[in-house]
Design a binder for this molecule. Structure first.
Ligand SMILES: [Fe+2]
Ligand SMILES: [Fe+2]
Length: 258
């Protein structure tokens, strides 16, 4: 299947089957003209809720309650679905990006589809369906600012995905403390994949930035206007996974001070 056709089916599909469509062998012979997708279609009941502020996630001290853990997993599944859609958006918006960037982005998208499936499995185990709780626009609000590939990697890979290097292990540890090894193992898997997604973003930031510019300056100049570097971390900064993803020391220092 062509990348463009796959991305259109993901954004235009109104079933989870379309959102999670396995494209088989992907080709990119006709990336076509840039296509700016306004809002993704969603299965009935899974549309963005018209609420500007999403409800708070259940606090860590409530994680003994399986229903509360399920609510956390539901929120994370929603983030993964948004990642799928934003990556499809980028494939359509940047047909002229380097073919290897598009290929890497497509591979990441497939992993995000896998994450939606894995979260759905855990939700089902805890007696919940994906779509039982409201879903919000969150990350999609940044889409109007993703006007070039460097803005995409600075916003998605190096801010939103990077922050998950802190959130995924925190939630994983909490689920483990509360005896939910399956949910903890899922967070571990997500965390490992996220290291690779951040690494992909940093590698391409280096290629996309102006030669004379420092990577940090290029990053902060290219983030969504709704974000700041602070959003690239959780309450606790995990340094090792960032190093593993190839993030330089001065980024780690800057993030500590952000
Ligand atoms: Fe993911
Ligand atoms: Fe990711």
């Amino acid at each position: 299947m062509e990348l463009r056709d796959w991305a259109i089916r993901i954004l235009g599909g109104d079933t989870m089957e379309e959102k999670l469509l396995d494209p088989g062998t992907l080709t990119d012979r006709e990336p076509g003209p840039p296509l700016i997708w306004k809002t993704p279609s969603r299965p009935t009941g899974m549309e963005f809720q018209r609420r500007t502020r999403e409800g708070k996630l259940p606090p860590f001290q409530e994680h003994k309650d399986p229903d509360k853990r399920a609510l956390c997993l539901h929120r994370f599944a929603g983030h993964e679905l948004l990642a799928v859609e934003i990556m499809a958006y980028a494939l359509l918006a940047f047909p002229e990006a380097p073919p290897n960037f598009r290929k890497g982005l497509a591979n990441t998208l497939k992993e995000e589809q896998g994450h939606v499936r894995l979260y759905t499995e855990q939700l089902n185990r805890l007696g919940m369906e994906f779509g039982d709780a409201p879903l919000f626009k969150h990350f999609w609000s940044h889409v109007p600012f993703l006007t070039s590939p460097i803005k995409y990697v600075s916003t998605m890979s190096l801010t939103l995905e990077m922050a998950n290097l802190d959130f995924a292990p925190m939630y994983g540890a909490s689920f483990a403390r509360n005896g939910d090894d399956k949910a903890a193992a899922l967070m571990e898997q997500i965390f490992k994949d996220e290291v690779a997604h951040v690494s992909f973003g940093f590698a391409w930031l280096k290629k996309f930035k102006e030669k004379h510019m420092d990577t940090w300056d290029a990053f902060t100049a290219s983030q969504s206007e709704l974000l700041s570097p602070k959003r690239a971390k959780g309450f606790l900064l995990h340094e090792e996974p960032r190093r593993k993803a190839g993030i330089p020391e001065h980024w780690i220092d800057n993030l500590k001070n952000a």
